[in-house]
Design a binder for this molecule. Structure first.
Ligand code: HEC
Ligand code: HEC
Length: 227
């Protein structure tokens, strides 16, 4: 195919994507920006969390590996706020099994507002991370470490704590959850970082290895020691 045709097709795809997802993504960004500009009321975040979130994410916000529910404790606040805004607007749909539950959890009027997102984000970011998440089988940790260092550490940090603006911490996240998200990015169910190539997210084996490796890193302040 001549170069110009390819370019035109790519452009048409991009315009279509903007028309379909543009308003949704913009709504999420507006909500996240409003939330970030507010003053955090951490005790209010705790109240909201125990009212609306604890049944799934757990008393310590450590999630549940078996149920593929992510740990939130110690996650970076701007990322938490952006994800909550994304679930509300539909910019992040979540998996077929779990997405609707997460979407519904954010519908009560006391949660679906910028102040609530800020308060929840602030509390979750400062609460102690999980020290014993679900891990993988431990069979390809060296390969996982290598693939992660080459393709991911620039944004997510060598220690997996998140480096670039907007990137999540991955260290100490549950293995099954990490793997589900990586597969979701590859399948196009969820959008990874702008400008990243799907192929760069690795082969199925590499994704397993990286998820396993990351689940064994620990965020600073993780409960239960520094494995
Ligand atoms: C019914 C169970 C359920 C409830 C209730 C629930 N969540 Fe979730 N949450 C999930 C699941 C499952 C996911 C993963 C969704 C997916 O990607 O498919 C998730 C994802 C998230 C994420 C994204 C984490 C990441 O690493 O990307 C955040 C943030 C979050 N939840 C916060 C909350 C907050 C705050 C509340 C309460 C207002 C809440 N959740 C209530 C089940 C729940
Ligand atoms: C250019 C920077 C960049 C690079 C390189 C990058 N990521 Fe990401 N990653 C991001 C951003 C930004 C997000 C948040 C996406 C969103 O807003 O939903 C993300 C999200 C994720 C998530 C979801 C975490 C969660 O809590 O739901 C996983 C898992 C992940 N990346 C793994 C990887 C792996 C593994 C690699 C390397 C193969 C990689 N990333 C490379 C920027 C990057």
């Amino acid at each position: 195919m001549p170069h110009e045709d390819r370019l035109r097709r790519a452009l048409r795809g991009l315009l279509l994507a903007c028309a379909l997802f543009g308003p949704v993504a913009a709504a999420a960004e507006d909500l996240a920006r409003d939330a970030a500009a507010l003053r955090a009321d951490v005790p209010h975040g705790v109240v909201l969390y125990f009212k609306h979130c604890v049944s799934c994410h757990g008393r310590q916000a450590w999630g549940d590996g078996i149920r593929v529910i992510p740990a939130l404790a110690g996650q970076r606040e701007p990322y938490i706020i952006a994800q909550l805004a994304g679930f509300i607007s539909g910019a992040r749909q979540g998996s077929a099994v779990h997405g609707p539950a997460m979407h519904d959890a954010l519908q009560p009027p006391d949660v679906k507002r910028a102040q609530a997102l800020r308060d929840l984000g602030a509390w979750l970011a400062q609460t102690a991370p999980n020290g014993a998440p679900e891990e993988g089988a431990g069979q390809a940790l060296a390969a996982g470490k290598r693939a992660y260092a080459e393709g991911c550490a620039g944004c997510h940090g060598t220690d997996g704590a998140g480096t670039l603006e907007g990137t999540p911490a991955l260290a100490g996240q549950h293995y099954s959850y990490l793997l589900t998200q990586l597969r979701g990015f590859t399948a196009g169910i969820r959008t990874h970082a702008a400008g990243t190539d799907k192929a760069a997210l690795g082969t199925p084996d590499q994704q397993q290895a990286m998820a396993d490796y990351l689940s064994r890193l620990r965020l600073r302040g993780a409960a239960g020691g520094d494995k």
